[in-house]
Design a protein around this ligand. Structure first.
Ligand code: FNR
Length: 188
């Protein structure tokens, strides 16, 4: 889309910093499952400091500024969220808070797909609902379906963090197809 070859450049990030994170593993699976013409680059949220409006008024710290620039440059986003206490983790909310500050908040009008994994049976659904609520305010344009809720995560990934569950892999393929179609539709 943004390049002359018609490639769809997606920026992906996961709300877990854990090395063996199921959500980071699901994001790697999405890279593997991306349809032809889509690339998914991963942004690591770890270097983003805790939000402080006093700091922001002096200028965005480099990791937050880089995050904003990468969001702006991407054709679409893929956000992979764990569920912490029935909501999204602070790591993810903090990164969204930094990126959302003026000027030119980069989520405005951006096509966004979300998914998540949890060892519990509900597969991050409550975190995903809260994420959707944030993007109402930020005017992020979220793909509604399919919902990718990877419950019982330990049974769906192998010891090396590869998503082995075919049902989940197929759902991610469908989500990425829907994101590609949604992005094209929004661009007219
Ligand atoms: C959790 N976990 C969790 N799981 C869930 O399904 N619903 C929840 O509300 C919570 N709450 C929660 C709070 C906190 C502070 C932690 C640390 C964990 C468990 C969580 O889903 C599990 O640790 C996942 O493995 C986290 O995702 P990653 O790191 O594997 O991507």
């Amino acid at each position: 889309m943004s390049s002359s070859q018609g490639t769809l450049n997606v920026l992906g990030f996961a709300g877990s910093l854990r090395k063996a994170s199921y959500n980071k593993a699901a994001l790697r699976a999405a890279q593997e499952l991306a349809p032809p013409g889509m690339t998914i680059e991963i942004f690591d949220l770890a270097p983003i400091p805790l939000y402080n409006d006093d700091v922001r008024l002096q200028g965005f710290p480099p990791p937050a500024e880089q995050f904003r620039a990468r969001i702006k440059a991407a054709d679409a986003l893929l956000i992979v969220t764990p569920e912490y206490n029935h909501s999204m983790p602070g790591v993810l909310k903090n990164a969204i808070d930094w990126a959302s500050r003026p000027p030119d908040q980069p989520f405005n009008g951006k096509p966004i797909a979300i998914m998540g994994a949890s060892p519990g049976v509900l597969g991050s659904v409550r975190a995903q609902m809260h994420l959707r609520m944030c993007f109402v305010f930020l005017n992020g344009l979220l793909v509604n379906q399919p919902e990718v809720l990877i419950g019982n995560a330990p049974s769906r990934f192998d010891a090396d963090g590869r998503l082995t569950d075919e049902t989940s892999r197929e759902l991610i393929r469908k989500l990425l197809d829907a994101l590609a179609a949604w992005t094209k539709r929004l661009r007219g």
